[in-house]
Write a protein that binds this ligand. Structure first.
Ligand SMILES: *Cc1c(COP(=O)(O)O)cnc(C)c1O
Length: 341
């Protein structure tokens, strides 16, 4: 079957693979790792994930590299972020070793679905933790299911590094200042669907969020972290309602290594005017350059990439540096990469 897959033309969609891995939490303990070839899960209709949103997810990728090896980028960081999410919505924490073991196992079991290096495609890994115990009162479940499935996804940029337009949304918030924005939970995404649809309907590729309380500072670029670059400085928001992106964390490290200054602080929306480059970052694209951000209320348009021009130099440099580590083309100084044996 795998010979029939048109690797270079895959989208960011779901394609069935051979296996997924699962682990149940029952009677206060995590069980054995199970391998399943079923795409379904069978859960109680009163499961807390269905009613009260007790669910968390993660996202990471495995890459087939030019040296023939398979590399997975920073799975320990995803394990730790999932643990933080678990503390936030009262779910049992899955130990890092178990998380990484399951990631490696599901990648290995589905090796034939890891796209060839030349295609630019990769294997997306989706861990999911849900409250499965029945509960009608608002309380955490007593049983949980952790699942990891994988699916091949296409290259994010088909025609090279491209810039996208964003629109500032003031009528909706994706998360509250002291809410669940720092956790990777489905509820934040449900809260963003309408704003995202409005942005698309207006012809933008994504909505752009300001802080929910004052609507003064930049929060996130849709479901990705924001960064701006000026005067050799990489600036990214400090906020209590954004998701700590592992890509952003890695880019901050690389920016310093490339000789840039790094600032993590509140960014007033007016400051957008002063950035030479801007981008959205996350696992899906690494960096998705922002062409412009329109503020429909103030009628201001912040332009970073002019019509017909290429996205800025620092963004491309940072993008290439991170991709080189992910593909084993550059030394992995920080021990970010798990190489499969
Ligand atoms: C997952 C996610 C990101 C990106 O995180 P990475 O670890 O870099 O993939 C950014 N913002 C939100 C809201 C997310 O859910």
């Amino acid at each position: 079957m795998s010979e029939k897959i048109d690797w270079a033309n895959l989208s960011f969609g779901y394609m069935p693979t051979d296996y997924n891995v699962r682990c149940y939490f029952r009677n206060g303990a995590w069980g054995e790792i199970e391998v399943s070839s079923s795409e379904s899960i069978n859960i109680h209709m009163a499961a807390t994930c269905l009613h009260y949103g007790q669910e968390a997810f993660e996202g990471l990728k495995a890459y087939r590299c030019p040296d023939g090896k398979i590399r997975i980028f920073r799975p320990e960081a995803n394990a730790e972020r999932l643990q933080s999410t678990c503390r936030g919505i009262l779910m049992p924490e899955l130990p890092t070793e178990k998380f990484v073991e399951m990631v490696k196992k599901v990648v290995k079991l589905n090796e034939r679905f890891i796209p060839p290096y030349e295609s630019g495609a990769s294997l997306y890994i989706r861990p999911l933790l849900i409250g499965t115990g029945a509960q009608v009162g608002v309380r955490p479940a007593n049983e949980f299911l952790f699942v990891i499935f994988v699916t091949p996804v296409g290259p994010y940029f088909k025609g090279g590094f491209q810039a996208n337009p964003y629109v500032v949304i003031r009528d909706y918030d994706r998360s509250a200042p002291l809410g669940t924005g720092v956790y990777k939970v489905g509820g934040n995404y449900a809260a963003s669907l309408l704003a995202n649809k409005k942005a698309h309907d207006l012809g933008y590729s994504c909505e752009f969020y300001l802080d929910a309380k004052e609507k003064k500072y930049i929060d996130e670029a849709g479901a990705a972290n924001f960064f701006g670059i000026k005067n050799n400085t990489y600036v990214t928001p400090l906020s209590t309602s954004i998701l700590p992106s592992i890509t952003n964390m890695s880019l901050m490290t690389l920016a310093e290594e490339l000789g840039m200054k790094v600032e993590r602080r509140q960014i007033p929306i007016e400051e957008l005017e002063t950035f030479e480059e801007a981008g959205a970052c996350g696992t899906a694209a690494v960096i998705s350059p922002i062409g412009r951000i329109d503020d429909l209320d103030t009628k201001k348009s912040y332009v970073f990439v002019k019509e017909g021009e290429q996205p800025g130099g620092w963004s491309k440099k940072l993008y290439d540096s991170l991709r080189d580590i992910q593909y084993g083309r550059a030394a992995d100084k920080h021990n970010w990469v798990t190489v499969m044996d």
